[in-house]
Design a protein around this ligand. Structure first.
Ligand SMILES: *Cc1c(COP(=O)(O)O)cnc(C)c1O
Length: 374
């Protein structure tokens, strides 16, 4: 098998037999001729050539048998949950999930008769203590948002396997360049491809990677829910993933440098980055990640998040993450606003926490911008 940078460029590319173009042709048709013996090809069935091309690339990167691309990360996540969970089933979710996933649980699960528990922490013991007779699925997300907590992937995978429970990992923050959960025994990987896989703040997409056996129910549910992606966006996503390794490695370096800079700054009271030796998840992260990613969170001493962010010139306050440009946000007023002050306190998210999504700019320019604001 080729190494990751080579797979980023080549895996899944459609062989343009007719014109010999280097890139995958874009097939925009919604109607395909009927071929004897094969099922119908139709975009919502997620079996068009461009879906297959990008899915194959993502499967190759995650080292899974198969993958499917969706119209958003939430389309991928909701499809996986409804594919494996029936009325009366129970699922366990780790603490510190993406806000949209939490909102989905609160809003959609119980009304379909599906029960769930949120584990007390990211620890395997806290996840294990929630297992019931009817537990069918365990869902983790590591590193987590916005505190970059680390869940021990092999331990959760082994726990789930020993109990016959399907394990799902949201690999959005790490990307397959830094972490491949299926290689550590996780059954299903989900992605918001809107973030690093897309990587240019111009694509909304999602993905699921898993075994052929587990993809069967996911695919069946997917065609009923209809969260498929159009050919043009698929083409952009394919093009983006070609540079994933380059981008993520640069972002890893920049984020490490910025985390160290913040750590040593006297006006910074706290830094959360799994690459720092004193991060509580550092050892686990070092064992399961080949790079620590681009998300860095911190608190400024004696300055509130709003006034600090106002002084930045290069780093813009903005939502989402994982793109070329460095952006910042205040989780208390964006992703975790709905929790309320009490809820945020329980999650350990301070009102003045600032989360950076580090981009590919020159690290010196980024540090100078932070220095100015400090
Ligand atoms: C953004 C995000 C999602 C949801 O993805 P969308 O593409 O916005 O639907 C899920 N998980 C994580 C970790 C995310 O950051």
């Amino acid at each position: 098998m080729y190494r990751i940078p080579t797979r980023c460029v080549h895996a899944g590319t459609i062989d343009d037999v007719r014109e010999k173009g280097i890139n995958s042709p874009v097939y925009t048709s919604t109607s395909f001729g009927i071929t004897e013996g094969e099922g119908p090809v139709y975009p919502r069935y997620m079996n068009t050539p461009n879906v297959k091309a990008v899915s194959e690339k993502i499967a190759a990167l995650e080292e899974c048998e198969t993958a499917l691309v969706f119209s958003s990360g939430m389309a991928a996540i909701s499809t996986v949950l409804f594919a494996f969970l029936n009325q009366g089933d129970h699922a366990i979710f780790q603490r510190g999930l993406y806000g949209g996933t939490m909102h989905f649980l609160e809003r959609e699960m119980n009304r379909f008769g599906i029960h769930y528990s949120i584990a007390g922490s990211q620890s395997v013991a806290d996840i294990q203590s929630q297992i019931r007779k009817n537990t069918k699925l365990i869902f983790i997300e590591t590193p987590s948002n916005p505190l970059l907590n680390i869940t021990d992937i092999p331990a959760v995978a082994a726990l789930a396997a020993s109990a016959g429970i399907i394990s799902v990992a949201d690999n959005t923050f790490a990307t397959p360049v830094n972490q491949q959960p299926c290689r550590m025994g996780i059954d299903v990987v989900v992605h918001s491809a809107t973030k690093y896989l897309g990587g240019h703040s111009d694509i909304l997409a999602g993905a699921v990677a898993t075994s052929g056996r587990l993809m069967k129910p996911v695919h069946e549910t997917a065609l009923n829910f209809g969260g498929s992606l159009n050919a043009f966006t698929l083409y952009l996503l394919e093009r983006s993933i070609k540079t994933l390794d380059l981008r993520v490695n640069r972002i890893n370096l920049n984020a490490m440098e910025i985390a160290r800079y913040l750590k040593s700054h006297k006006k910074i009271s706290k830094v959360y980055y799994p690459g720092l030796a004193d991060h509580p998840g550092h050892l686990t992260a070092s064992a399961q990640m080949s790079g620590f990613g681009g998300m860095v969170s911190f608190e400024v001493a004696g300055q509130d998040a709003r006034s600090f962010q106002k002084k930045l010139r290069l780093i813009r306050p903005a939502v989402s993450l994982g793109a070329l440009e460095t952006i910042c946000c205040s989780p208390a007023s964006t992703s975790h606003r709905h929790l309320g002050a009490e809820g945020r306190k329980a999650e350990g998210i301070s009102e003045d926490l600032i989360r950076l999504s580090v981009g590919i700019e020159d690290a010196e320019d980024l540090k100078a911008d932070l220095e100015r604001a400090l």
